[in-house]
Design a protein around this ligand. Structure first.
Ligand SMILES: Cc1ncc(COP(=O)(O)O)c(C=O)c1O
Length: 426
């Protein structure tokens, strides 16, 4: 019989041989009946856990009504209901408009196109370490691993990458807060005054917390200073909340931690807890594009919209923002305490239930422990904790937002055991 090797694109990275049979809440069961605590949430997607009855019910009811009828040409209610709910959740006391696609990358494509359309400027600023998806526009903004770009040129022109505020490994070799956010000044002094005409830049796109690039958390105040600079030149501020949005960090949107209002917000992943949905929301004024200029046949599929409405309802009614904040703080504290006794833990960081543990071979040199991070991940998997890495050397914690303390505690134990074994070379 033919299997994955013969039939499936070999372009996937693959973490470990987890073959899922079923899943409930925050527990996975594989085809051999082994159980795992799910620290992945299907890559930050299954926000309300697996098989949430209200989400399933909403999906079933919509399937019974109708499954598809392209909103790009026709109309149905859920698209509008979801837009008005999101309208009220998003930061910014102004009118917003919504474009729906099917994935994170599609929401980023829409941001690229609408920002170019609205400003009539071609340039885009993105970050080193960023991940925005795999389509040609999104991958042109992505800069987290060379393999994601190698062989695909020419990518879209006009994109410049700037330093992300990665304070643990400051690219300018400075320290926060004495640096005074020199990485923002760098954009002004070295890009805008030398080779990137700011009047030709349409938007800067930022993950409020870098995801795939290594769960990197910008310091307080960073985005405020950045936004001031962008406003000075009329450059739109887009945030990619595909991974960090819809409650993951204990707020609806991670940018809220920084008290800055974005012009454009990209969402996907957790918004429909597993049904495909990508959203590009913006200040209504920006979406002045013409009929026929952008669309997506499946975008905003009614089943996905119904699921998203149920997900948002569950997050509200089950206080999942509070749960993410409370259990996230607890997990962060436990991991920070662990850092003292473990030579491989270089940095622990995160907000809510989006937490990264950066592994190093030596705390002074901060030499990246890439192989070791992979080994820790594998050992965790064998002990019943499904967790993956990001960046070259970061263990990432992104469980369903419904996770409970009685599953966080054994997860920490499994992680510590696995880490100790790798540190001892076992
Ligand atoms: C921040 C961010 N943006 C965009 C994407 C791309 O999303 P998708 O894989 O749904 O296209 C991802 C996926 O991991 C992501 O983490």
């Amino acid at each position: 019989m033919k299997g994955t090797r013969e039939l499936v694109s070999p372009s996937f990275g693959r973490a470990y041989p987890l073959v899922l049979e079923s899943a409930e809440g925050s527990i996975l069961t594989d085809v051999d009946g082994n159980k795992y605590i799910d620290m992945n949430a299907g890559l930050a997607v299954c926000s309300t856990g697996h098989g949430h009855p209200k989400v399933k019910q909403a999906i079933k009811e919509q399937v019974d009504r109708f499954i598809h009828y392209s909103y790009t040409d026709f109309f149905y209610k859920d698209y509008i209901d979801l837009s008005s709910v999101l309208h009220d959740l998003l930061p910014g006391d102004f009118k917003k408009k919504f474009f729906y696609g099917n994935s994170g990358a599609e929401s980023v494509e829409a941001a690229i196109k609408v920002s170019r359309w609205h400003t009539r400027r071609q340039g885009i600023l993105a970050y080193i370490g960023a991940f925005h998806g795999r389509t040609m526009g999104a991958v042109s903004l992505t800069a987290s691993k060379p393999v994601q770009r190698a062989g695909f040129s020419p990518l879209i022109p006009g994109v410049e990458h700037v330093f992300y505020p990665y304070c643990y490994r400051c690219p300018l070799n400075l320290e926060y807060p004495s640096c005074g956010y020199a990485c923002v000044d760098y954009i002004d002094e070295h890009l805008f005054h030398r080779y990137v005409p700011p009047e030709e830049a349409s938007m800067l796109i930022a993950e409020p917390m870098q995801g795939e690039g290594g769960y990197v958390v910008p310091p307080d105040g960073y985005f405020k200073k950045l936004k001031k600079l962008l406003d000075q030149y009329g450059i739109l501020f887009a945030v990619d909340e595909v991974q960090s949005g819809i409650g993951r960090t204990g707020k609806w949107f991670a940018i809220e931690h920084y008290d800055v209002i974005p012009d454009i917000v990209c969402m996907a992943k957790g918004i429909a807890a597993g049904m495909p949905l990508g959203v590009m929301a913006s200040n209504a004024e920006i979406q002045d594009w013409l009929p026929g200029s952008h669309a997506s046949t499946f975008g905003g599929n009614p089943v996905s919209c119904s699921a998203a409405l149920a997900v948002i309802d569950v997050i509200k009614s089950e206080n999942l923002l509070e749960n993410a904040e409370m259990l996230g703080s607890y997990l962060l504290k436990r991991l920070e305490e662990m850092k003292e006794n473990h030579p491989f833990i270089g940095d622990v960081r995160g907000k809510g239930l989006m937490i990264g543990v950066e592994l190093v071979k030596d705390k002074n040199t901060k030499e990246i422990a890439k192989k070791e991070a992979g080994e820790v991940m594998m050992k965790c998997f064998k002990k019943g904790l499904a967790i993956v890495t990001c960046g070259p050397n970061v263990i990432r914690w992104m469980p369903p937002l419904v996770i409970t303390k009685d599953l966080i505690d054994p997860s920490i134990e499994i992680f510590e055991q696995s880490l100790t074994e790798v540190e001892k070379g076992k």
